[in-house]
Ligand binder design. Structure first.
Ligand SMILES: [Zn+2]
Length: 194
């Protein structure tokens, strides 16, 4: 799995979604442990050694320092027992849009691309994604999300980026690409509507 995370990380970096050391990626393994990127690794230069394992509660199983946001991965895996992969990126449209939306949700409605999300089969859908304030204290973010994670496939952290999760790494990659597209569409729509 380390090889797959390395491959995905390089691909997301190449698309501009994880510049420098930003972003973090993980997979839940068959034994319930979590393979995750270490803290501070450049996502365009990832190597297998930059991936480490955590137990299901986030305690390191190796003598390495996990991503600062590992607690957010643990929270998502607990809320979504079927999730096997989590990707966190600093997508520019995600960051930009989060700066102009005042509330605590980002609503996406009527887009064909909404069908990228599992269970959505028609554009005639209204998807509300949690939008929470950024913090360097992961407890602030996990408590803001605690009651809001169950029925959503993604969330956005203001001024920061977004998280998606899925039952496979390939599907999670699709969600990053699809959500980035949706957020770009929202920005373009607002721009030409002014
Ligand atoms: Zn981040």
């Amino acid at each position: 799995m380390a090889g797959r995370i390395v491959e995905v990380g390089k691909s997301l970096h190449a698309r501009g979604w994880a510049p420098a050391t930003s972003g973090n990626f993980s997979a839940r393994l068959a034994d319930g442990s979590i393979a995750i990127t270490v803290s501070g690794a450049h996502k365009g230069k990832l190597e297998a050694d930059d991936i480490m394992r955590l137990d299901p509660n986030g305690s390191p199983l190796e003598d390495k320092k996990p991503s600062a946001e590992a607690a957010l991965h643990v929270q998502i895996y607990k809320a979504h027992p079927k999730a096997r992969a989590i990707l966190h990126v600093h997508s520019v449209p995600g960051v930009a849009l989060s700066r102009v939306i005042k509330g605590d949700e980002l609503v996406l409605e009527g887009y064909e691309m909404l069908k990228v999300f599992p269970g959505i089969t028609t554009h005639e859908t209204r998807l509300s994604l949690p939008l929470v304030d950024n913090s360097q204290d992961m407890d602030d973010i996990t408590s803001a999300l605690s009651s809001r994670l169950k029925d959503v496939p993604a969330y956005i952290i203001r001024n920061h980026g977004f998280y998606v999760w899925a039952e496979s790494m390939s599907q999670a990659e699709n969600l990053v690409e699809g959500l980035d597209h949706l957020l770009q569409c929202e920005i373009e729509t607002r721009r030409i509507s002014q």
